[in-house]
Design a protein around this ligand. Structure first.
Ligand SMILES: Cc1cc2nc3c(=O)[nH]c(=O)nc-3n(C[C@H](O)[C@H](O)[C@H](O)COP(=O)(O)O)c2cc1C
Length: 212
């Protein structure tokens, strides 16, 4: 079997972590690197990761996340934020910086900025902030699979009260600004205490159509 499939089979939504085991700094940095290297539409990397190290804040976050015990038993807790629409407005500082990193000349920069503006204004089936959230889930998937590839468990947590969690972050995290960021989801990392249940998935025939 291919190693990557083994990794995907190892990964499961871990409901409880061994709170005595910590992920090493080196391994955690490797996992974070997988988010950094993630692909994104127009290469805009519209995410920001909050690594929550403070135990009291983890308790508060847990209270907004349906009291799920993963949050306080995990070795690492990351809140994945996605940028809001203001960052993607024509000529925003963020767009100029992000596109400016890559464009070799002014003409190219203008062309990519106008292509992006046309995309976000006319072509996208959703709004800019939902689009940014979707990109952030790609980085999240890479974080989970990178962790699994080195034997580390994860649980993604979307089970939270958005208003409550937003309030908690606003009051406790100086870089968090609810006008600038949406919360995509919370991702917990650690080591399992029990083996997962068998995976239940649709068969390929149900989810794939080969169009000839
Ligand atoms: C974005 C997202 C949010 C999720 N939120 C939660 C959650 O809040 N709590 C939880 O226990 N599992 C959560 N899950 C886990 C799913 O229930 C789980 O991935 C799915 O049932 C398949 O099981 P497996 O991941 O163990 O293979 C979430 C999964 C994803 C992708």
């Amino acid at each position: 079997m291919y190693d990557f499939i083994k990794t995907l089979q190892f990964r499961h939504a871990c409901k409880l972590f061994d709170d005595k085991r910590n992920i090493s700094k080196e391994e955690f940095e490797t996992i974070l690197e997988a988010a950094r290297l993630s692909p994104s539409s127009f290469g805009l990397e519209p995410w920001h990761l909050l690594v929550v190290e403070n135990a009291k804040l983890r308790e508060l976050i847990r209270s907004a996340c349906w009291d799920q015990p993963q949050i306080t038993t995990a070795s690492e807790v990351v809140v994945l934020l996605s940028r809001k629409a203001e960052f993607f407005k024509k000529d925003s500082e963020y767009l100029n910086e992000a596109f400016g990193r890559k464009a070799k000349e002014e003409k190219m920069l203008g062309a990519v900025k106008s292509a992006f503006d046309n995309f976000i204004t006319n072509d996208l089936a959703t709004d800019a902030q939902n689009w940014a959230k979707m990109q952030t889930y790609i980085a999240g998937a890479n974080l989970m699979n990178a962790a699994a590839s080195i034997g580390i468990d994860t649980c993604p947590i979307e089970g939270f009260n958005a208003a409550k969690l937003t309030k908690i972050l606003t009051e406790n995290v100086s870089v968090f600004d609810a006008l600038s960021y949406n919360i995509a989801f919370v991702l917990t990392f650690g080591y399992r205490v029990s083996e997962p249940r068998e995976k239940i998935r649709w068969p390929l025939e149900k989810i794939v159509t080969f169009v000839k």
